[in-house]
Design a protein around this ligand. Structure first.
Ligand code: SF4
Length: 805
C-alpha cells in the first residue's frame, strides 16, 4: 500500500505515532524505576474478534490497553475468552491499521492513495475526483434511482446502523451480507420448518449428531467447551460426520468420514429407519407436525433405506440404523445440530429441512436438551424517521435464485455486476466491515466487479484486499475505541449487554456512527436536490411547501438521525425499560438482566449460575419462537420468510406448498443430478475455519499468526504417496477458476478424493505486513456455484487437480 503524504502531514503523523509509542515506553519505564502504581482501570466491553460477543474486562493502565480478561457476568460467554478474544489487543495496536481517510490517486487496485481530511473524503464521495465519479453525478445520471448504490456489511454491532443509513435513509434496495456465503440455507431451512433456527442446547442434550460443524475450531465458545466435558461416556454421545478427522471429531464418540455432498442421503436414511420402525415420538408428531403422513409416504415410497444411503455416503447401513435408533432412544434430548457455515452443496436447503424434521420426530424442539428458542428482554425503541424515494428499483439479483431475501445472494449479485448484466446500472458499492475480495468464491470475478464500479467506498479498520480496491477509504476505530448500540441477547438465559468504549479512538479514526453522521451532513442536501429534479411526487410537495420545509418535514434531512449520540440513544433505550440503575450497571459491568444481583452466583472457581433452573426459558413463553440469541441471524429476514411462505401453522412444516408452486421440492428429496462424484484424478475441495483466525478479519494479527503462520493443504496420505507428495512439498492446486501454490500436509485424517485447506490465509493486500501471501486463499480456487433455492454459495462443489511443483 502506498500513501502519498505531504511533509507537513507526515510530521503530524510521526508526532501522533511517537505520542502513542512514547506513552507505552513512558509507562513501563516510569513503573519500573519509580515504583509508582500506574493509573489502572477495568472497562466492561464485548469482544468483536468473532460473532459471539463474549463479555470482557479491558485492563487499561495509563491509557494503554494491557490485556483483556473474561467477564463472568454474561450468561452467553460465561467466564471465557478464547485465543482470538485475547488477541483483540493486537487489533487495537496493529501498526498496519488504517489511520486516516484515504483517496485513490492511482489505478483502481494498485494501492496508491493520498491521505485526506475527513471533509476531503466526504467531498470525494459526493463529488468524485479526476479519477472517479461521486454520488451526486451518479445519482443524476441514474435519474434518482438510489438502488444504484449497492452496499454490503459484515456481521457486527454496527451492521444495523449501516443498513439503516444506506437502506432506509439513502434509499438503496441492494444490500448483501455474509448470509449467502455462510448460514443462509440452515437459517432458512429451520425458519421454514420449525419457525426459527433456534439454538442447540448442547449443555443438556444426551445425543448430538454434528455434521460438518467443527465447533472445536470454528466457534470455540463456552457451550462448545461444556459439550466436550460431557462426551466419551460422560453423559452426552457425540457423533461427528466429516470427511476430515477434525479436532471436534477427536472429542466425539464416533467419527464417520462421510463423502462430500451426501449428507442429505444420510439424514433421509435415518428418517427411513425411524418411520419404518415407528421410533418417533407419536404424541409430538400428532400435535406438532403438519403433513407428517405425506412425508412418511414420501420417505417410504422413495426407499431411502440405509442400504441405499450406504452406496452414496460411504457409511455402512448398520451404522446408519444404529444411529437412528440411538437418537430416538435419547430423544427428546437428541439434536441433529443445525450447523453454522452451511454453504456447502447444491442440496443444502433440503438437507437442513431434513435435519430439522428429523430432530422434530424425536420431539426435541422447544425443550431442555433439544433445540431451544428462549425469550428476549425488551429494550426501548429508537425510531429514525426516513424519507420516501419513488424512483428506487427492486434489487438487481432478485431472479438469481427462487427466493432472494433482503440480504441477497453474494455470488449472484457480484456476478451480475462483473458480467455487466444488471437490469439497471449498479454503479457504486459501500462496504462496511466486510471483505468480499477474500470472502466470496472466485476472486477473479470479484476483482472484475470492483473494476466495473464507478465508486467504491470502504469503512474498515484494516487495509484488506477489498480496501485496496476502493476509491475512498474511511478508517473506523476498533471495537475497543467506541460504544456500540446496546444489545439484547435472547435465549434460555437472556441478558442485555453493552460494549463500552475502552480508550479514545487512536489516530484520526472514528466510530461508524460518527462516520455516517459526518457523511450525512455532506450529502443530505445535494442528493435531495437530485431527487427534487426527478421525483414527480416530490415535485408536487415542493411546489406546495417549498424547498426547505419539504427537506426538513419529509425526513430528507439525514442529519437529524444523528442529533443524539450513540451513548444518549443507548441510555434512553435502557432507562425507558429498566430505569437508571440498570443503565449504571451496564456502564459499570457490561451486563444486565432483571434480578441479576439475586440470581448470579459463583459456584466454584470457574463455574457460575446465572438464572435458577426454574427461571430459565427452555420453552418459549407464549410459543413465539425467537432468534434473538445469535447476531448472525437477521430476525427481520426470518420474520419476512415465514410470512411469505405462510408457515404460520405453528407446527413443524413437513410440506412447503410455496416451494412446490415455485418449482422446488416441497419435501426433502435426494436428487442424483445435483450430486457430483469426483472423477478419477480429481479431488473435491472443502474449506473451513480454525480456532486462531476469524474468517479473514484476523489475517494480520501477529498474536494469532504466532500459533499458525500459514495454511497447508490436507491430502489423504495414500493418495499423496501415489503422487510423490511429502509433508511440506509445494503443490499446485488448480480448479476451473484459478490455481494456487501451497504446502502439503499428507494425513490419514482426511478421506480419499477430498482435499482441504483452511480459510483466512493468502491475503494479497500489501498493506498487511503479516498477512501478506502467507499460504493460499481458498476463494482463489472455489467456483462460483450457487444452490437454486436461496442463492447460497455451494463451496464444496469445486473439483481440483493437484500436482507437486
Ligand atoms: S469466541 Fe473468542 S473471538 Fe469469539 S467473541 Fe468469544 S472471545 Fe471473542
Amino acid at each position: 500500500m502506498q500513501v502519498e503524504v505531504s511533509r507537513r502531514r507526515f510530521l503530524q503523523g510521526s508526532v501522533a505515532l511517537s505520542i502513542i509509542g512514547g506513552s507505552v515506553g513512558a509507562s513501563s519505564i516510569f513503573t519500573e524505576e519509580k515504583e509508582v502504581i500506574p493509573e489502572r482501570k477495568k472497562v466492561a466491553t464485548l469482544c468483536e474478534m468473532c460473532v459471539n460477543k463474549c463479555a470482557a474486562w479491558a485492563v487499561v493502565e495509563n491509557g494503554i490497553l494491557k490485556k483483556l480478561d473474561p467477564n463472568p457476568l454474561f450468561p452467553k460467554s460465561k467466564n471465557m475468552l478464547c485465543a482470538r478474544g485475547d488477541a483483540g489487543v493486537h487489533a487495537l495496536y496493529d501498526p498496519d491499521r488504517l489511520k486516516y481517510p484515504l483517496i485513490r490517486v492511482g489505478e483502481k487496485g494498485d494501492g496508491k492513495f493520498r491521505r485526506a481530511t475527513w471533509d476531503e473524503a466526504y467531498d470525494a464521495i459526493l463529488n468524485g475526483t479526476k479519477l472517479f465519479k461521486g454520488m451526486k453525478q451518479i445519482l443524476d445520471e441514474e435519474k434518482d434511482n438510489r438502488s444504484t448504490f449497492g452496499y454490503c456489511a459484515g456481521e457486527g454491532m454496527g451492521e444495523h446502523t449501516f443498513k439503516q443509513f444506506m437502506g432506509d435513509m439513502i434509499g438503496s434496495t441492494n444490500f448483501v451480507n455474509h448470509s449467502s456465503i455462510c448460514l443462509k440455507t440452515t437459517t432458512a431451512g429451520y425458519a421454514l420448518t420449525l419457525g426459527a433456527y433456534g439454538k442447540a442446547d448442547l449443555e443438556n442434550a444426551s445425543y448430538v449428531i454434528m455434521a460438518g460443524a467443527n465447533r472445536a475450531e470454528a466457534i470455540l465458545t463456552p457451550d462448545t467447551m461444556d459439550m466436550f466435558k460431557r462426551t466419551r461416556g460422560r453423559g452426552l454421545k457425540l457423533i461427528v460426520l466429516d470427511p476430515r478427522y477434525t479436532n471436534t471429531a477427536q472429542h466425539a464418540d464416533k467419527w464417520l468420514g462421510i463423502k462430500v455432498g451426501t449428507d442429505l442421503a444420510f439424514v433421509l436414511a435415518l428418517t427411513y429407519v425411524v418411520i419404518k420402525e415407528v421410533l418417533y415420538n407419536r404424541d409430538f408428531v400428532t400435535k406438532n407436525m403438519s403433513h407428517f403422513e405425506e412425508y412418511k409416504q414420501h420417505i417410504l415410497s422413495n426407499n431411502y433405506t440405509p442400504e441405499w444411503a450406504e452406496k452414496i455416503t460411504g457409511i455402512d447401513a448398520e451404522t446408519i440404523t444404529t444411529i437412528a435408533r440411538d437418537f430416538m432412544a435419547n430423544a427428546p434430548k437428541a439434536i441433529y445440530y443445525q450447523g453454522r457455515r452451511t454453504a456447502w452443496s447444491l442440496q443444502d436447503f433440503q438437507l437442513r429441512r431434513a435435519q430439522a424434521i428429523f430432530s422434530a420426530l424425536g420431539g426435541g424442539i422447544d425443550v431442555k436438551g433439544g433445540i431451544v428458542f428462549g425469550t428476549k428482554l425488551p429494550l426501548g425503541e429508537h425510531i429514525v424517521d426516513v424519507p420516501i424515494y419513488n424512483n428506487v428499483k427492486q434489487r438487481i439479483d432478485k431472479n438469481e435464485a427462487t427466493f432472494i431475501g433482503p440480504n441477497g445472494t453474494w455470488i449472484g449479485f457480484r456476478n451480475m455486476i462483473a458480467e455487466k448484466r444488471t437490469p439497471y446500472p449498479l454503479r457504486a458499492l459501500f462496504s462496511y466491515k466486510q471483505n468480499p475480495m477474500q470472502a466470496v468464491p472466485n476472486i477473479g470475478k470479484t476483482r472484475k466487479m470492483f473494476k466495473n464500479l464507478d465508486l467504491v467506498v470502504t469503512i474498515d479498520t484494516m487495509p484488506s484486499d477489498t480496501v485496496m480496491m476502493s476509491d475512498v477509504i474511511l478508517p473506523e476505530c476498533t471495537y475497543l475505541e467506541r460504544e456500540d448500540p446496546v444489545k439484547s441477547f435472547g435465549g434460555v438465559e437472556p441478558a442485555i449487554v453493552l460494549r463500552n468504549k475502552v480508550i479514545d479512538p487512536l489516530y484520526e479514526t472514528k466510530a461508524l456512527f460518527d462516520i455516517l453522521k459526518g457523511l450525512s451532513h455532506k450529502i443530505a442536501k445535494p442528493l435531495f436536490e437530485i431527487s427534487a429534479k426527478y421525483d414527480e411526487a416530490l415535485k408536487e410537495t415542493l411546489a406546495e411547501d417549498g424547498f426547505d420545509d419539504t427537506f426538513e418535514d419529509n425526513n430528507f434531512d439525514l442529519t437529524l438521525a444523528f442529533e443524539h449520540t450513540q451513548e444518549e440513544i443507548n441510555k434512553e433505550r435502557v432507562v425507558s425499560e429498566y430505569g437508571e440503575e440498570a443503565y449504571e450497571m451496564l456502564k459499570e459491568k457490561g451486563v444486565f438482566y432483571p434480578h441479576m444481583d439475586k440470581y448470579f452466583k459463583q459456584l466454584s472457581e470457574n463455574e457460575y449460575e446465572y438464572y435458577p433452573e426454574d427461571k430459565k426459558y427452555y420453552t418459549t413463553p407464549g410459543g413465539e419462537k425467537l432468534d434473538a440469541q445469535d447476531t448472525c441471524i437477521d430476525e427481520k429476514e426470518m420474520a419476512a420468510l415465514k410470512k411469505n411462505f405462510g408457515t404460520k401453522s405453528g407446527k413443524v412444516e413437513c410440506y412447503l406448498m410455496t416451494m412446490e408452486e415455485n418449482g422446488q421440492d416441497p419435501m426433502p428429496t435426494w436428487r442424483d443430478e445435483l450430486y457430483n462424484e469426483a472423477p478419477k484424478g480429481k479431488f473435491k475441495f472443502v474449506t473451513g475455519r480454525h480456532a486462531q483466525q476469524t474468517q479473514n478479519s484476523t489475517a494480520n494479527n501477529v498474536m494469532l499468526l504466532d500459533v499458525m503462520r500459514e495454511n497447508y493443504i490436507w491430502i489423504n496420505k495414500a493418495q499423496a504417496e501415489e503422487k510423490g507428495i511429502k509433508y511440506g512439498d509445494i503443490v499446485e492446486v488448480k480448479s476451473s477458476v484459478g490455481k494456487i501454490h501451497i504446502k502439503a500436509y499428507p494425513t490419514i485424517k482426511i478421506i480419499k478424493d477430498v482435499v482441504f485447506y483452511v480459510h483466512g490465509f493468502g491475503q494479497e493486500s500489501t498493506g498487511l505486513t503479516f498477512g501478506y501471501r502467507n499460504g493460499a486463499s481458498d476463494n482463489m480456487i472455489i467456483e462460483d456455484t450457487i444452490e437454486s433455492v436461496f442463492g447460497s454459495a455451494a463451496m464444496h462443489e469445486t473439483l481440483v487437480e493437484i500436482r507437486k511443483v
